[in-house]
Design a protein around this ligand. Structure first.
Ligand code: ZN
Length: 197
């Protein structure tokens, strides 16, 4: 790292923190911003600072929000007897885009992955059990991804909820094995939701 390009090197390093971005792509982005789009670089910097400072997790469902409780949880038109469990705010957004679900959500803090030392406690399973046992929720729909970790998560979460007397359903198998909801088309997700069992 030479001293007269220190800022450029730091920018490339920072961009590499994004998922799927290697050193080549990071360099391409950095050169593009500095050479062709200084205004875009300023916009990006400002948006990053603003979002990372102001976005927090909803106290009830843990999705992203700028308020203590998110708009979905506060919406009186949503069916509070249904709670859909997803792995991430991005998966929740994918389900919302289908327009096929009118219940509430609970966003886990990831997925169970024993190899990475992530167990039930790490994904906030106790918070989910508390939330699901509020006396209003009647059905919990497990919409974790159809990956090995997502299935393991659905299994553990499902067992825990059933033992607490809740009705538990899983998205139907229309969603391809190994896939993440975020990347599945809307029709398929809507179908899987309608066919849950
Ligand atoms: Zn919420």
């Amino acid at each position: 790292m030479s001293s007269d390009t220190h800022s450029l090197d730091a920018l490339v390093l920072a961009l590499r923190r994004l998922p799927g971005v290697g050193v080549k792509s990071a360099s391409r982005m950095a050169y593009h911003l500095l050479q062709n789009d200084r205004e875009g670089a300023q916009l990006l910097a400002h948006a990053l600072l603003d979002a990372s400072a102001s976005m927090r997790h909803c106290e009830r469902c843990h999705t992203f929000t700028q308020q203590p409780v998110c708009a979905t949880c506060l919406d009186p038109a949503r069916d509070a007897t249904r709670l859909c469990v997803v792995e991430s705010p991005a998966d929740q957004a994918a389900l919302e885009r289908t327009g096929a679900y009118k219940g509430l959500y609970f966003v886990l803090l990831g997925r169970i992955s024993p190899l990475d030392g992530i167990g039930p406690h790490e994904i906030g399973i106790d918070l989910l059990f508390q939330r699901a046992c509020d006396g209003v929720v009647q059905e919990v729909i497990l919409a974790t991804n159809f990956t090995a970790e997502g299935e393991a998560t659905a299994h553990v979460v499902g067992e825990g909820l059933r033992s607490r007397g809740l009705r538990v359903t899983r998205l139907a198998r229309g969603v391809p094995v190994g896939s993440e909801l975020e990347y599945v088309d809307l029709g398929t997700i809507a179908h899987a939701l309608a066919d849950r069992r």
